[in-house]
Design a binder for this molecule. Sequence first.
Ligand SMILES: *Cc1c(COP(=O)(O)O)cnc(C)c1O
Length: 393
Amino acid sequence: MTDWPAVEKEYYLFTVNRLPATYVRGEGARLWDDRGKEYLDFVAGWAVNSLGHCPPAVVEAITRQARTLLQVSNHYYSIPQLELARILVDNSCLDKVFVCNSGAEACEGAVKLARRYGALHRGGAWKVITANNSFHGRTLMMTAATGQEKFHKPFHPIPEGFINVEYNNVDAVKSATSKETCAVMLEPLQGEGGVNVPSPEYLKAVRAWCDETGMLLILDEVQTGIGRLGTLFGYESFGVEPDIMALAKGLGSGVPVGAFMAKNKANVFEGGQHGSTFGGNPLTSAAAHAVVKYVIENNVCENVKQVGSYLLGRLRQLADSHSIVTEARGMGLLQAVEFDREVGMDVTRACLEAGLLVNPVKPNAIRIMPPLIITKADVDEAVEKLDSVLRKL
Ligand SMILES: *Cc1c(COP(=O)(O)O)cnc(C)c1O
């Protein structure tokens, strides 16, 4: 049997210490490794496999598209891209779509658009206010947008134009506002930063402040979009409407595709100011269209609500029975379990051994973000495994 970790060490650029599993097949919420061991996947490729692994609706759509047309340049019309744009607009508060390839790219596009808006409608304003503990991606620009010092430090000087302020504090946004700021960019609920749920008033207060000052509200829904919180888009769960929204992760259920969307008032690029070679390519657009259509037609959000609140209840029971667990929190199927000490990685490794994937989102917490189609029986199985891991800790 090939020693894939050895191959990785020899050939792959180092960026991360990987966990000891080489998966070769997936179906629904299950994965199998190269030794034939089965796992229950509560990471879902980092909240990507929204419909589970190899969902038939997506496999059929991309198989059909692969036989028909793979790529044309964006100098021409593309039917899958326009079908995707139409289903996203028809089911959201936004009016226009630009399709790209990743979350970072979607956020970059959102910020470029906000800068154009600031240039045209807010006296040349160009800076964007973002939150501490946020995550907006790994390009140099989005590293600067990300309000975490550890992502800035190794790459100084980082690009200018972002002011990182405390999350869940509208006064911090107000103090950072000046005639130079054109937008506020926030995650409705912070994922990568530790599954931080804001107060119900926060986004509404930021929305009101943006309206008062003429700034745009950008919501980075790369992780929260496409049903993750129990509504098709996270903003619906908080009762606010963004002016610009970034999507990626769950949009393609495993096929790499991102998008940013805008209200008509922010439809302000001139010809040639933005573009992408692969963005909205027929193959990835066909996948994303199949995902969004499936989520809507099969009422996947209702499953997320029901199974999500069941999961949160079960995790809170765990918190009651294990003193090491200080809190279970989250919304929909984006949740975290926090510990009173730094055992996130130990728990992750022990769960993997027990056949369950979880994500060590912080030294003292694990994040849980399963496919949106899981059942209560899957939750029971996962909680049982987690329970036995915690008991042995
Ligand atoms: C993952 C993530 C990104 C970056 O997405 P990539 O596809 O890795 O570039 C941006 N914003 C949020 C909120 C994310 O969770």
